[in-house]
Design a protein around this ligand. Structure first.
Ligand code: MG
Length: 389
């Protein structure tokens, strides 16, 4: 299928930071996707919390299965809009590589620890993983991905960090946050596919855990609207033994409605804006979006999940312990840097003395890269206390 002129066609690519010859059979974005799939950080996603901690159940989403669902949704929308599917997949699979163990609680705790040393942002960390932290190639650090994949990975960035990135890489991926410009449509799409994916799977996981109920969800239009439609078509879904099938049927309809809404609304916006190339897209207001009514419904669902699932007392309780694990680990490594693996301690020296800011960043990199269970075990080893295991 021919890509649209506003898609990231490979002839418009800004390339890799270290130039490399093209692969004989794969496009640069396929190659980025493949490098991500083979990375160490990617394999660790399977043992990292999305919402429910890893040991709470085997059927809940992890960062890995979440990323696969984002890739699936993203690819199917990309094909309809004639965008580059491989680029969408690469961004989707990499978008959460920088997440700490224990989900958002871990990220907040690490950000608190890093306040005096430049803070911690998971988007920026995902970029650090693919730019610097992966050690797989003989002649450079990181995965040397294309500009477009890196642009998509850096979904948000504070102005302070954008200025720092601009110093390291003038006109690079930090630039758009200073110019208030947009990323490619493939990147915009991944952002929305992320939201569609977690809204839907958190309903599923929330129900499965018993933390949210079927009755509560009746108040959420994006869910309740499809309950009756599903039963009208398949009356046997209303039998108690079929409740799980009923939930899946409703979630499937929710997903389809959002996907078709994005395709329709974005196609219409693209027709009006008529971007002729990727740089036109970067200069235009966001074009990948929901209709106003779907934006509203999606926000209602998001708010519902925030109040009833992410803020559920049982979730909050584990959140507190997760924060303690991260804070204790940070303190332990800062106090005794020799507890870090040798490859990490080597990066903390400035001449003969340890540079505290460098040390803090190295400690943050090490903690952010941990899986949930490794962090718990390491915490027990260093403090003698057993939390979250
Ligand atoms: Mg995500």
């Amino acid at each position: 299928m021919l890509l649209a002129p506003y898609a990231c066609t490979t002839d418009q690519s800004r390339g890799r930071r270290i130039p490399e010859p093209d692969a004989p059979t794969r496009t640069p974005y396929q190659r980025d996707r493949d490098r991500i799939v083979h990375s160490t950080a990617f394999r660790r996603l399977v043992y990292k919390t999305q919402v429910f901690l890893n040991h709470e159940g085997d059927l809940f989403r992890t960062r890995l299965t979440h990323s696969l669902e984002v890739a699936q949704l993203g690819r199917s929308i990309a094909r309809s809009l004639r965008l580059d599917e491989d680029l969408v997949e690469a961004i989707a699979l990499a978008h959460d590589l920088g997440h700490t163990p224990f989900g958002h609680a871990g990220q907040d705790a690490l950000n608190d620890c890093m306040q005096a040393f430049g803070g911690f942002e998971h988007n920026l960390q995902s970029l650090r993983v693919v730019d610097q932290l992966e050690e797989r190639y003989p002649h450079y650090d990181g995965l040397n991905l294309t500009f477009e994949t890196r642009e998509g990975i850096l979904k948000h960035c504070s102005e302070t960090h954008a200025r720092e990135l601009e110093v390291q890489e003038p006109g690079g991926v930090g630039r758009r946050f200073l110019d208030h410009a947009r990323p490619s449509l493939e990147a915009q799409l991944c952002n929305l596919a992320d939201e569609i994916a977690y809204n839907a799977h958190d309903v599923d996981d929330g129900l499965r855990s018993g933390l949210i109920t079927w009755e509560q969800l009746q108040a959420v239009p994006l869910f309740s609207r499809f309950l009756n439609i599903a039963v009208a078509e398949f009356p046997e879904l209303a039998r108690p033994q079929n409740q799980r099938r009923w939930i899946y049927d409703v979630i499937r309809r929710m997903l389809s409605a959002q996907v078709y809404d994005v395709i329709e609304t974005s196609s219409a916006a693209i027709v009006v804006a008529t971007p002729q190339c990727v740089d036109d897209v970067r200069r235009t207001a966001p074009l990948i979006r929901f209709s106003d009514s779907m934006r509203h419904d999606s926000s209602v669902l998001k708010r519902f999940l925030f109040q009833n699932l992410y803020r559920h007392p049982q979730v909050i309780q584990t959140t507190g312990q997760a924060k303690q694990v991260i804070a204790d680990l940070f303190k332990a490594y800062m106090g005794v840097p020799s507890e870090l693996p040798a490859a990490f301690t080597a990066r903390t020296f400035n001449g003969l003395t340890v540079d505290t800011t460098k040390l803090a960043r190295v400690v943050a990199d090490y903690i952010a890269g941990m899986t949930d269970r490794f962090a718990s075990r390491e915490h027990e080893r260093l403090t003698g206390q057993r939390l979250l295991a």
